[in-house]
Design a protein around this ligand. Structure first.
Ligand SMILES: Cc1cc2nc3c(=O)[nH]c(=O)nc-3n(C[C@H](O)[C@H](O)[C@H](O)COP(=O)(O)O)c2cc1C
Length: 169
């Protein structure tokens, strides 16, 4: 099974979660390879918290899909695509929309995940479902964005990835 873990992360929480997901997937499932794709925008968001709040709000409101720094040629070879985002104003961060917009995900198995600051997953799963048009989308893994919650998420990840086995023939 070939897995792609595509994510955006502004302050590294979702990145850490993506790395733990890869580790758990490799230990729980047999014959799996995992690749990462970081949806880094060409023009970075501000590292100042108040500024990024405004920049993110503006991009989400305008449905702006920022140009990404890197690209991948194709997603054809991947059986499962994990899509991760921080909760930004209750939805996905715009660079994740840019990634989803670049490929056809309608026949892909999608596993959505997010980190948040206390508000949970918001509409992230529904938004990913709508944008990808996938009919095989797992539950969302939603983890509070601090180090201990992320480091303690392994058991939750083990339960969550059982959704893949249901879907993969
Ligand atoms: C622009 C912006 C908007 C955010 N909006 C929300 C929100 O609506 N609800 C919430 O629970 N957390 C919100 N947060 C907090 C992040 O979701 C949380 O800190 C997350 O773990 C950050 O992940 P990252 O380190 O991968 O960027 C927001 C953070 C930023 C920067």
């Amino acid at each position: 099974m070939k897995i792609l873990i595509a994510y955006y992360s502004h302050s590294a929480n979702t990145k850490k979660l993506a790395e733990i997901i890869a580790k758990v997937v490799k230990s729980e499932l047999k014959n799996v390879t995992t690749d990462f794709f970081y949806t880094e925008p060409e023009k970075p968001y501000s590292s100042n918290y108040n500024k990024v709040l405004d920049e993110a709000k503006r991009d989400i409101k305008n449905n702006h899909k920022p140009k990404l720094k890197n690209s991948i040629d194709s997603i054809d070879d991947y059986d499962v695509i994990f899509i991760g985002s921080p909760n930004w104003w209750n939805t996905i961060a715009s660079p994740v929309s840019s990634f989803i917009n670049s490929f056809d995900f309608s026949n892909k198995i999608i596993m959505p995940f997010c980190t948040h600051g206390g508000g949970g997953a918001g509409t992230i799963r529904a938004d990913i479902e709508k944008l990808t048009k996938s009919k095989q989308i797992g539950k969302i893994l939603s983890v509070y964005g601090n180090t201990s919650s992320i480091n303690n998420s392994e058991n939750e990840i083990k339960k969550w990835i059982k959704d893949i086995k249901i879907n993969v023939k």
